[in-house]
Design a protein around this ligand. Structure first.
Ligand SMILES: Nc1nc2c(ncn2[C@@H]2O[C@H](COP(=O)(O)OP(=O)(O)OP(=O)(O)O)[C@@H](O)[C@H]2O)c(=O)[nH]1
Ligand SMILES: [Mg+2]
Length: 379
């Protein structure tokens, strides 16, 4: 069995229904429609075809996630539209997942499995694949104990890709062993990387990391600042592996700048943990450039999500410069066209920034300002 190359492509473009609940007393401002729209982008990124959506307003998810009546309605919809996979907007516990599959008679996956699947398809370095394998194996661990034979019955495809599936038949002890083996292997690769980095950048101690919501334009900005050519693409999670380059500020100041994996609402903690080593550059940076898409109606929510996830990584307290990117999508180069309420709302989040800069990586706006803000910070 090849260890890291067992991704099944599965049937492409499975027909999916996206299922969510609108919590009556929820803690954030995402509407169910917008959460499902993001889920839809994730589903497309995982090469499924989101045919239809289904939602219910509830106080909290039930044992079968949805209420009984709604579950029957969903089953009818699935039969009517010839759906092969139901994708749920929240993480399902193993019992919920099993009961839903028994009832709906199709494959049921949740947001976590979907995101892991997208990552599994994108990972192209050994370390990236190991991190996915780690996340997937940890995800599978509580779902073992024989329940997983149904996955084979349901025929692979989205949510079942990746190396973790080959361990379905093994017991928890073996899986735990596997987890510790993967962790060791990741540590080994990381140490190697650390040494190479130390050699390459011996005299450069100023480190800046670009962090932010997925698709905000982090890689575009990184390319612009360093004249590099990392992948920038209008899709979620184009970047999985960190890339670091020298950033020339002036003759007295050079620093290392790193482009990193993006965050997303409801990012599974398993993936945050698995990607901790990838985010090591951010953890070791003195300064974070938090890039956000100012044209998104969810700008403030995205800023808050990123900050929450930075806190989970224990780097939320690091000095941060907020870069409001894609300015070209909402106005011309003139600053005064920006709605001043945006600044007020950012201030109200309580997150402290060294500076807030408007930019367009596409139009080359704000690049000088970003560099001079970095210079000021290190001076
Ligand atoms: N209009 C406009 N588009 C931009 C700008 N910056 C980036 N984009 C586009 O937005 C999309 C996402 O850009 P990326 O740089 O890949 O975004 P990212 O934050 O690195 O995304 P992930 O790596 O997937 O998390 C691409 O299609 C870019 O061309 C900008 O300033 N203006
Ligand atoms: Mg990127």
């Amino acid at each position: 069995m090849p260890k890291h190359k067992t991704y099944k492509t599965g049937p492409f473009f499975e027909r999916a229904v996206l299922v969510g609940i609108s919590l009556r007393n929820k803690e954030n401002n995402w509407s169910i429609d917008d959460s499902l729209s993001e889920l839809s982008q994730l589903a497309i990124a995982a090469k499924t075809n989101p045919i239809t959506r289904f939602s219910q307003s509830l106080n909290s998810p039930s044992q079968t996630y949805l209420g009984k009546g709604k579950l029957s309605e969903l089953k009818d919809l699935i039969d009517e539209k010839k759906i092969n996979v139901a994708i749920f907007d929240d993480e399902l516990n193993p019992n919920q997942q099993r009961m839903l599959e028994d009832h709906l008679k199709i494959k049921v996956i949740d947001r976590t499995a979907l995101i892991i699947d997208v990552f599994a398809q994108r990972a192209n370095t050994k370390e990236g694949r190991l991190q996915i394998e780690l996340a997937q194996t940890e995800y599978l661990l509580p779902r073992l104990a024989g329940q997983w034979s149904h996955l084979e019955r349901l025929g692979g495809g989205v949510g079942t890709r990746g190396p973790g599936e080959t361990q379905i038949e093994t017991d928890r002890r073996l899986v735990r062993k596997k987890i510790s083996r993967i962790k060791k292997e990741i540590d080994r690769i990381q140490n190697q990387r650390e040494n190479q980095r130390n050699n390459r950048y011996k005299n450069l101690t100023n480190n800046v990391s670009i962090v932010g919501y997925t698709n905000a334009g982090k890689s575009a900005l990184f390319n612009n600042l360093t004249s590099s050519k990392v992948i920038e693409k209008n899709q979620l999670f184009s970047t999985l592996d960190t890339t670091s380059r020298k950033l020339f500020i002036n003759t007295d100041l050079n620093c290392i700048i790193s482009d990193t994996v993006g965050f997303v609402n409801k990012l599974p903690p398993i993936l945050v943990a698995a990607f901790r080593t990838t985010l090591e550059e951010s953890i070791n940076s003195q300064l974070l450039l938090h890039v956000s898409d100012i044209s998104s109606p969810y700008l403030i929510e995205q800023i808050t999500v990123v900050n929450k996830q930075l806190n989970e990584l224990e780097i939320g307290d690091k000095p941060k410069i907020l870069v409001l990117n894609k300015k070209d999508l909402i106005c011309t180069k003139e600053y005064d066209l920006i709605d001043k309420n945006i600044y007020k709302k950012i201030y109200q989040t309580g997150i402290k920034y060294e500076d807030i800069i408007l930019s367009s990586a596409q139009e080359n706006w704000g690049i000088t300002e970003i560099k001079s803000s970095i210079r000021q910070f290190f001076n």
